[in-house]
Design a protein around this ligand. Structure first.
Ligand SMILES: NC(=O)c1ccc[n+]([C@@H]2O[C@H](COP(=O)([O-])OP(=O)(O)OC[C@H]3O[C@@H](n4cnc5c(N)ncnc54)[C@H](OP(=O)(O)O)[C@@H]3O)[C@@H](O)[C@H]2O)c1
Length: 243
């Protein structure tokens, strides 16, 4: 995810990684400097972006809290209160990105800061560069993560299922993939232009009693809607979302 963020921003970064070759490869792409330690990154950076695993929060903060000027976390299931405990007396921001940030088409959620003083337009704008930024209460951020951060995998699965259906009826795999993926991209753009009105787009395509209406009915019988609802419930189970 750190690589996706850096590619999306496409500007020089200070980066440290347990595997130094990975840090160097990233810097070779976007510019900046691969540093030997996290402490050096925290000292040099105006904004420290935490991209490690959620379970590493306390260990990493022990090392970095004295050096960080401001901290932005993308850690799943890590509320603002935990970030404030780990990085006391520092401005702390909580974001959840999604993989398409890499192509600046990501959905990004920001948790509404707990303290008025931590509303920083510059920091929000930095993440808004990566696509669309939506501000939500801290309590809803993990729910949102279950929708948009996990979704690239869901959408890829939906695409795969459609491609396979085409292949089953004789369309070569490459052409089937081209048709399905372009339709996904084009439909996303259409939905945006229609103000995200999914029903309007559905009605435009599905004439009464027509073939699309039959296809939609088959998808409903197959449990598509319930499956997405259950997927979100599964993500939000007590074990925690998308770690
Ligand atoms: N994947 C998503 O779609 C997504 C979406 C939203 C938020 N997130 C959050 O983003 C974070 C990263 O997720 P990911 O999927 O990118 O996981 P990941 O591929 O495992 O990335 C974590 C990276 O942090 C490195 N790392 C481990 N310990 C470190 C340390 N002490 N200092 C600096 N780097 C360290 C890891 O190196 P090693 O591999 O060598 O351990 C690895 O390169 C997680 O907190 C996750 O909850 C992920």
């Amino acid at each position: 995810m750190s690589r996706a963020l850096a590619r999306g921003w496409n500007r020089p970064v200070f980066v440290a990684d347990p595997v130094s070759e990975r840090a160097q490869a990233l810097v070779a792409e976007v510019g900046g400097e691969a540093l030997d330690t996290n402490v050096e990154v925290a000292e040099q950076a105006d904004l420290l972006v935490l991209c490690h695993k959620p379970a590493q929060l306390a260990d990493v903060a022990l090392e970095l809290a004295p050096h960080a000027k401001a901290v932005a976390s993308i850690l799943a299931a890590t509320p603002l209160a935990d970030l404030h405990d780990a990085y006391p007396d520092r401005p702390v921001y909580r974001f959840i990105p999604s993989l398409p940030v890499e192509v600046r088409q990501g959905a990004v959620v920001q948790a509404t800061p707990l303290k008025e003083a931590e509303i920083d337009a510059q920091v929000s704008e930095l993440f808004a560069e990566l696509g669309t930024l939506v501000m939500l209460s801290d309590a809803l951020v993990d729910v949102a993560m279950g929708l948009m951060s996990c979704a690239p995998a869901y959408v890829a699965l939906v695409a795969e299922a459609q491609i396979d259906a085409g292949v089953r009826r004789g369309i070569p795999a490459a052409q089937s993939a081209e048709l399905v993926v372009q339709t996904l991209a084009g439909t996303a753009e259409l939905l945006r232009r229609r103000g995200n009105d999914t029903l309007a787009v559905r009605r435009e395509v599905a004439s009464p009693g027509g073939v699309t209406a039959r296809g939609l009915a088959a998808l409903e019988r197959g449990g598509l809607r319930a499956a997405f609802s259950e997927a979100l419930d599964a993500v939000l189970e007590p074990a925690g979302p998308c770690r």
